[in-house]
Design a protein around this ligand. Structure first.
Ligand SMILES: [Fe+2]
Length: 886
């Protein structure tokens, strides 16, 4: 509402007042000169909507006394490093600011937008990495509160606007706008003030139209190719992973009935003429402007990526051009960490100019020659060999959410026996009872919840024939059984590997067990290597990529299309979406694309992404993404009101679940406080058109291939909203941190977690000479089974990039978001949130130091720190960022 007039006259004119140009304001009694909404021309260009003021407005006059006050506007711009963002040589040195007042002038009936006043801000100084712009704006005192500011960039370069501060309002004090956004050359951007947090129905009259128009702009028109600097959020299927120009790099489209998948951001690149279902490839992948990395993040990401080529070349430099060369002996692996690389004295003739250039880089970059020693290797160089560590990592490693309770016995495949062979598992009661002799029978073990399984049997078996035909890897369906010992640890009992009937051979399946017979010991080690490769594939493709990065992108797109930047839920979720779209675009560019890192270094090869689609279809459901339901669905917990967090765990010392449930509860408390503050009544949910549209779009478009599933939560009450938001926040923060930032620590030393096995088991239809070689040189067979030198080095580099916190990382609950700080109630809730997270750090440290927690404490055992909330930059193996940013 308009503020009452205050009898303090700065310019007590009673007739006309001529203000110096270019200051303009609208007022009902100066209608001919008013740049109200009606005098703004709406323009459309490249699907973007903008506004421009009339050029003929020189000054403004009023016919009654006007009391003016001065607002000082300070704009902080991050100094550009100038690397890639310069668009033009023109410079004007100013930013144009248009202040939009929150309320309509009741005397202006035709007005649709709050009163607008403009002024140009000029550069006024520099501080550290920031450039400061200032303007002084004279405003009638009765105009009320500024609700938004348009910024037009009149500079020659794209600018990163950090914040705008308006000082001097007699009624509203300091007004802050946290922008944190790029504004392109001649681009006009709208920013709402930090105070402007409103449900749609409660939007001040002067901002309503802007709120609606901004959402229309962000949705775009689904036409044309998106260019850098656009801010359009729209959907597409994954039809850009293959290369339509290369027959060997064609890949199926993910998304649709045949291969269901979440949607990604539409780039609008042209379809291929040869393969119309596929988008043409491009090195540049569009993401909306606000989703791009900051300069700091870009620098950190690309610096580390820059080492990629150097490191990837190291094995080739040592072994010549043989990309398939294995490590000749185990100590050769250690050379990567201990001594670095011995460069050839002369450049080999076969190297092309790119190789020679890289050689020069290698020679100069002395620090870049050596990989950091992974934590797992630092703690216990031989841990990868031990069965207890193999089992422990299913509870506290980088993939702690695959282990599940055995609830049915005997184990049976659900696949078609006509295609895949006999469904009954080869693991018998006798085998298990031999292993757990003296404890109990199998039936008792199942009833007492003592048997656990890593089950990659039915998921991988359908891909075995295809993968083996590629010739670069082997694959099996696998089951690994564990027994929960009285000490609270898991002990591996048996591994079953299955090959379906193929190439005229019948189904092959064998069970491997820990043993004291030397031949079987080596077969057991090789079987473990195969299971670890399966676990690595599942971890990277499902636990990490599909469940966090990929599944979250539709939430981001839908939020930007349907929730105004003023919406309280947008403001709650916004930090959880930081950088996700750009890191996903990077992944499509070089990680999950045809011939990319995943395909060339993981067992599932070119079928990797297709596998992730099959598993999305079979397994992914939104209501199981929150930690409690995830644990229950795997049989790892049951509801129990008398237990902490209402859940009784099947394995009490389960570090991921123990710390995760603490974090889940902290997040849920914060989300509950926040949601209940803005939605004190259920009816407010049902009347919130933006919120309902957002959820509808997530379910029916972003995850539209699953829109008819009965398990989607309803959104009718604040409790529904709390559960939905807590799930999304958990996935983006806790879940992602747990499966992302330990990747280098656990898999950087690849014998601990190989990503691929290249040789079939020696006892699978063996030829005499192969079996003889295995008996004579089992270590060589293991090294040949492991990734090649090139594959291992490529994975090590990729994992080191993915495990690193950027210097500008934002950790969950570490610092309050400026928009949250505007409301004292929300601020107080945040302080509780922050305090709980600080406390959690201590709880986790305490558990890691407690010898009773044997799955995270002990000789050579890595403490479980992946859910410790805060961290320094770098590869630390701890720290929970708000968002999926790497
Ligand atoms: Fe990640």
């Amino acid at each position: 509402m308009l503020m009452p007039q205050v009898h303090q006259s700065l310019y007590p004119s009673k007739t006309s007042l001529i203000l110096p140009k270019p200051r303009i304001y609208s007022h009902s009694h100066a209608s001919s000169l008013v740049p109200s909404r009606s005098s703004f021309t709406k323009t459309k260009r490249n699907g973007r909507v903008g506004y421009k003021t009339s050029n003929n407005v020189k000054a403004i006059a009023t016919e009654f006394p006007v009391q003016l006050t001065k607002l000082k506007a300070n704009v902080t711009v991050k100094r550009n490093d100038g690397s890639k963002r310069k668009r033009s040589d023109r410079t004007s040195g100013t930013l144009r600011l248009e202040l939009v007042f929150a309320d309509l002038d009741p005397r202006e009936e035709r007005s649709l937008t709050g009163i607008i006043i403009y002024e140009r801000a000029s550069q006024a100084g520099q501080a550290d990495d920031d450039v400061l712009y200032e303007a002084e704006v004279e405003v009638p005192r009765d105009y009320g509160e500024v609700g938004a500011v348009f910024v037009t960039n009149e500079q020659s370069e794209e600018m990163f606007i950090k914040e705008i501060v308006l000082d001097g309002s007699p009624h509203h004090g300091r007004v802050l706008l946290t922008c944190q956004a790029w504004v392109g050359f001649q681009q006009k951007r709208l920013f709402f003030t930090n105070k402007s947090t409103y449900l749609p129905d409660k939007t001040p009259s002067g901002l309503r139209r802007l709120r609606q128009d901004e959402l229309v702009n962000l949705r775009g028109n689904c036409q044309g190719e998106r260019k850098k600097g656009d801010r359009i959020y729209d959907y597409d299927v994954y039809n850009d992973l293959g290369d339509p120009d290369s027959p060997s790099d064609l890949r199926p489209v993910l998304g649709g009935k045949k291969l269901p998948y979440p949607r990604r951001c539409r780039t609008g690149r042209p379809r291929s003429k040869e393969e119309p279902s596929m988008e043409t490839r491009s090195k540049y992948i569009y993401v909306p402007q606000d989703e791009e990395f900051s300069i700091t993040k870009q620098k950190s990401f690309h610096e580390r990526k820059g080492l990629e080529i150097v490191h990837s070349l190291l094995p080739a430099l040592q072994t010549g051009s043989d990309a398939e060369a294995k490590f000749p002996y185990f100590t050769a692996i250690d050379v990567l960490f201990n001594e670095g690389i011995n460069l050839p004295s002369a450049q080999p003739e076969r190297t092309g100019s790119w190789m020679q250039k890289a050689l020069e880089v290698v020679r100069k970059a002395k620090d870049g020659l050596r990989f950091e020693t992974p934590q797992v290797m630092k703690r216990d160089r031989f841990c990868w060999f031990s069965d207890e560590e193999f089992a422990r990592q299913t509870l506290a490693g980088v993939n702690p959410s695959s282990i599940q309770l055995v609830t049915e016995w005997p184990l049976r495949s659900k696949l078609d026996p006509e295609i895949y062979g006999a469904p009954k598992s080869a693991i018998t009661d006798e085998m298990i009872e031999e292993e757990i002799k003296g404890f109990m029978t199998v039936d008792e073990a199942v009833k007492q919840k003592k048997l656990f399984i890593l089950d990659y049997h039915d998921l991988l078996l359908p891909f075995v024939r295809q993968v083996r035909e590629l010739g670069s890897a082997t694959l099996y369906g696998s089951r690994t059984l564990f027994f929960l010992t009285p000490q609270g640890t898991l002990r591996p009992l048996a591994i079953e590997l299955t090959r379906p009937q193929m190439d005229g051979n019948p189904q092959w399946k064998k069970v491997f067990r820990p043993t004291w017979k030397s031949t079987d010991v080596w077969l057991w080690r090789l079987a473990k290597a195969n299971v670890l490769a399966h676990d690595s594939c599942y971890h990277q493709l499902i636990t990490h990529w599909l469940r966090t990065h990929c599944a979250t992108e539709p939430y981001v797109i839908a939020a930007n299309r349907q929730l105004s930047a003023m919406h309280p839920i947008y403001r709650l979720l916004h930090p959880h979406f930081r950088y996700t779209m750009e890191i996903n675009a990077e992944a499509r560019n070089s990680l999950i694309n045809a011939g990319g890192t995943i395909e060339s270094t993981f067992s599932t090869g070119k079928y990797s992404m297709e596998l992730s689609s099959v598993i999305y279809d079979k397994q992914w459901r939104f209501d199981h993404q929150g930690l409690p339901r995830d644990l229950i669905s795997r049989g790892m917990a049951i509801e129990d009101p008398s237990s902490p967090h209402g859940l009784k765990l099947a394995v009490e010392d389960y570090p991921y679940a123990n710390d995760g449930l603490e974090l889940w509860a902290i997040i849920k408390k914060w989300v509950s406080d926040y949601v209940n503050h803005y939605y004190p009544e259920a009816s407010l949910i049902e009347s919130d058109s933006e919120l309902l549209a957002w959820w509808e779009e997530v379910r029916t478009v972003g995850h539209g291939d699953k829109k008819d599933e009965p398990w989607w939560p309803e959104l009718k009450t604040p409790q529904d909203l709390i559960e939905i938001i807590t799930t999304i926040v958990w996935v983006a923060s806790g879940h992602h941190a747990a499966v992302n930032f330990g990747q280098y620590a656990y898999a950087g030393y690849f014998p601990n977690r190989p990503t691929i096995t290249r040789l079939k088991m020696p006892n699978e239809d063996p030829k005499d000479e192969d079996w003889k070689l295995f008996l004579e040189k089992p270590v060589e067979i293991l090294l040949e089974t492991f990734p090649s030198q090139l594959q291992a080095a490529t994975v090590m580099v990729a994992l080191s990039v993915l495990s690193e916190h950027s210097p500008d990382e934002e950790y969950l609950g570490e610092k309050i978001q400026p928009v949250w700080a505007e409301d004292p109630v929300i601020r107080s809730y945040f302080e509780i949130f922050h305090g709980s997270l600080v406390k959690l750090e201590g709880i986790i440290d305490g558990k890691n130091a407690d010898e009773n927690f044997v799955n995270r404490h002990g000789a050579g055992v890595m403490p479980y720190e992946l859910l410790k909330p805060f961290s320094k930059p770098g590869i630390t193996g701890q720290g929970v960022p708000y968002s999926i940013s790497i």
